[in-house]
Ligand binder design. Structure first.
Ligand code: XMP
Length: 326
């Protein structure tokens, strides 16, 4: 039961005290944690903060634009937008193994971030949106307990090479507290209450080899799904289906199937829709979305995204399936 304005004020003062007149770099991903950390640190030290936003080309539709509009536009934060999509696509060419893809994306991400950070000669601090559960998780993994099955990417290891001190103002907070803090700092609630999105992004939602053409189709199908989830209200709870699910997204299947459109035969790709409900993401149930919602999403995707002629719904729970398909 902490009081939010007091908390913000205390956190701001603590950051000012810690950092003094030094400059700080932060890797902004558009996710909740790095966004809230950026907003808080910016409130504390303004232009002493520079954010680096690495766009790996595997983000959702209009995501880079939204991040730039919110931070650079609305808040006036200094953000360096690095469009590295071609570089990432190049490295991923011919790679089909999920863990190999994760490693490449993670390594490339660190490399691009590091190159940008190295240009900021006056920076003394690296800020990260580490939250309390991350602290526990990494402590648990050091004692050998099995935690995450899949390798998660973040900018770990950077302080060593860049010689920066770590600034982690969210270290003591749980996720729901981070969200409340984000809203108190003026971040859009839709951003703060977003479903989680994996670091490797669409890279693990395009099965097998990642291609720009596939990413483009997937982005558009995914945006339609999310749009309809946000706009469909469940009358019993008064909540949108977006808020009633913990994570929802489209997956690109690089197989072609036959369809008809008008007088013609089509031979196009398939997308699977995935929506789950979970509290801890360790187990999850597939969401019983209304048929009318599925029908609308399917018909919109097939009509609006030329190149996709079939939509399926994933009815697998975790375990034994995982939430992501890779
Ligand atoms: P799975 O697929 O293992 O996913 O059931 C559990 C949660 O973890 C997310 N996830 C990732 N997050 N990097 C991330 O940052 C990754 O490589 C990664 N793989 C899975 C997934 O989106 C879900 O929320």
């Amino acid at each position: 039961d902490w009081n939010m304005p007091d908390y913000v004020q205390e956190a701001v003062e603590k950051i000012r005290e810690q950092v003094g007149s030094d400059e700080v770099i932060l890797g902004l991903s558009g996710g909740v944690d790095s966004s809230v950390a950026a907003a808080l640190i910016h409130k504390a030290i303004g232009d002493q903060l520079t954010c680096v936003f690495v766009d790996h080309g595997l983000l959702r539709l209009n995501e880079a634009q939204q991040v730039m509009d919110t931070f650079a536009g609305h808040f006036g934060v200094k953000v360096i937008h690095v469009d590295a999509s071609e570089q990432f696509m190049g490295k991923l060419e011919g790679v089909t193994d999920p863990e190999a893809k994760r490693k490449i994306i993670g390594r490339e991400f660190v490399e691009v971030f590091q190159a940008e950070a190295a240009k900021l000669k006056n920076a003394r601090w690296l800020a990260q949106g580490t939250i309390y559960p991350d602290v526990i998780e990494s402590a648990a993994s050091k004692t050998g307990k099995a935690v995450a099955i899949k390798s998660h990417h973040n900018v770990g290891g950077l302080p060593d090479t860049l010689n920066l001190k770590l600034l982690e103002p969210l270290r003591e907070l749980f996720k729901d507290e981070v969200r409340k803090l984000g809203v108190a700092l003026g971040l859009p609630p839709a951003m703060v209450y977003r479903h989680p999105f994996p670091g490797p992004g669409l890279g693990v939602r395009i099965l097998g080899e990642v291609k720009a053409e596939y990413a483009d189709l997937l982005r558009r199908a995914d945006a339609i799904f999310i749009d309809e989830l946000r706009n469909t209200i469940d009358h019993n709870s008064g909540k949108s289906w977006y808020d009633l699910t913990s994570q929802a997204f489209a997956v690109f299947l690089p197989v072609k199937s036959v369809g008809v459109m008008g007088d013609g035969r089509t031979y196009d790709y398939v997308v699977a829709l995935r929506a789950v409900q979970t509290t801890d993401f360790m187990t999850a149930d597939w969401a019983e979305l209304p048929y009318s919602l599925l029908k609308k999403v399917s018909s919109r995707i097939i009509n609006e995204v030329r190149g996709i002629n079939r939509v399926t719904y994933d009815v697998s729970s975790k375990p034994p399936a995982t939430i992501e398909w890779e």
